[in-house]
Design a protein around this ligand. Sequence first.
Ligand code: NAD
Length: 695
Amino acid sequence: MSNPVSLSRDSDIGVIRINYPPVNALGHGVREGLQQCLRDALADEQIRAVVVIGEGKTFPAGADIREFGKPPQQPALPAVIDEYEASDKLVVAAIHGTALGGGLEVALGCDYRVALDSARLGLPEVKLGLLPGAGGTQRLPRLVGAQKALEMVVGGNPVKAKEALSLGLVDEMVSGDLLDGALAYTRQLLVDNAPLRKLRDLAVPDAQDGLFDQFEQSIARKQRGFKAPFSCIKAVKAAVELPFDKGVERERELFFELLVSPESAAQRHVFFAEREVAKVPGLDKNTPKREINQVAVIGAGTMGGGIAMNFANAGIPVRLLEVKEDALERGVAVIRKNYENTAKKGRITDEQVEQRMALIQPTLSYDDLSDVDLVIEAVFENMDVKEAVFSELDRVCKPGAILATNTSTLDVDRIASFTQRPEDVMGMHFFSPANVMKLLENVRGEKTSDEVIATVMDLSRRIGKVGVLVGVCHGFVGNRMLHRRQAEAVQLVNEGASPQQVDKVLFDLGFPMGPFAMSDLAGMDVGYRIREELRKEDPANGPARNWTDELVEAGRLGQKTQAGVFDYKDGDRTPVPSTAVDGIIEQYRSNNGITPREISDQEILERCMYVMVNEGAKILEEGIAARPLDVDVIWIYGYGFPVYRGGVLFWADQVGVKAIFEKVNEIYQQTGSDVWKPAKLLSDLAEQGKGFYSK
Ligand code: NAD
């Protein structure tokens, strides 16, 4: 490849252009080029000032993350930036697109910054578990103040050009041609005899007493378990408390600590995995996709309403069908209320509320569905009802319409068989609340066509979801693993643990809540009905009765009845241990001749997590999920598994697959339970000394 950075001259101004598509990332060649071109410009007597600009769509948008984990190649970015800052000729950064991470740090090494009005500037390193390690945490506070620097470095979100201008982060905003604007600005600086402006020489304005402690407290809950946000705070604090060079040293120290941390490794894994799930192995990326311009949702209940909102939010009109007028009205009213609440919080305007409501078209008639491109069914979880709906859809929908089901547990192939077009049927399993949760398990049936899969995967992204393709089995990937964990949690309580002990162990691992708080939130009756169904289907092998069945039968359904495994006082969502439940559990144990024993936190952790790892391995073995990363993305986006642990299987690799296999096998030998029978994949990996992700 030709040199990615070049120097040219526009009368007395040197123009350094970065041309390294797609985003001008600061890879080795770019760093070397930036350094060389600056040296050439400084040596050229005809050049009085320098403009740095990106070709194509952006100023450098960050470090080249493909270089992570490889031996560093000189020159390192901080050294390049130092040379820019040491320049005795004026250097002006001309910014368009997204000046992110290292890109913004380069701009901060320049004397002045000019931005196109559409540009965005930010330091998003924290999102990969890192911090800006090329002076960004030291220079930014000197320009915008400690408070704003904290917001930008710890939050990681970019600011728009207009805000950057008001913050002083950019000195001039231009519209039209950026280079023309930057050259004109630079010429004016020369005319005005403007001084060099080295950020390292400025003092940090406005660091109020207690700022850092307060800031730390304000993020403590949301960022629990993450390491980088707290290191970012320390780095900005160093900018306030230490001289520049010492501050930079501290920043480097903190940066390298993060670079080798398991938290950052996990976050980078999730970053790549989230992009990778969209590429379905075996599915040609040129597979034609169908146009989706009009959607329909059947059922305006909890899920249907939320699903419809996703399409309205993306500007796609959606017909919402119910059988009864009152259910339809109720469903539409809930959607409106949801939007109005969002507007009250200032996240959308009143006008947007009306626009979105106008895109949701309520109907009671299937005849209104004859022209839709996609239907998503979200009616009661009952095969007979699904059969009635899909027969009707098959009758009214045009050829080529995609017929999807949101079922959580029913057999998608069976549902497809109710139509004459099983190749157009698949599952689109949304998670509750469907307008909020980012995960979409797209379930491919035995006969689903590639075209339908490609269309639905693409559509997932269009409506802001992370779509993961899975195969047909009870519970698909997420709930199948979840059911194992929930059953194990119940079993641990049978044996002597308390529900609050079990919940605390999983909360401490990083889950947003423990298994029992979760079932209280979802409604204990959901699992109860599924168990009853299984018991009816197969009385000999259905799930054994346990103390949670008794809670449901006593009317303790969870948060909605203010009593489940825990008590909930006056609408408060905080779970409070319940003596009534303790009594039911004790009774259950004594009826079943169980003498409770002391159970360690470690045992709880191992049994609840390893049972999921083993199930995940079975899921991979059966091809229900294509890759470990599909399983991990499902757990991150569907169940709040901590991003800084990378997903259930990434976590398993960090614990060690061999140790997990040995424990799983030990429990299997003790219990003989099929659930604990080690997956072949798990035992193979253990034997080969490998992990899920080793090549
Ligand atoms: P819900 O009871 O809240 O809503 C179902 C709606 O479907 C009701 O409004 C009902 O009036 C309507 N309905 C019933 N029969 C109909 C028919 N023949 N035609 C049109 N409308 C009909 O149930 P839900 O929780 O929204 O679940 C719906 C589906 O989504 C189920 O298959 C469920 O397994 C699945 N699901 C639920 C969740 C969850 O957390 N609730 C999560 C993922 C998937």
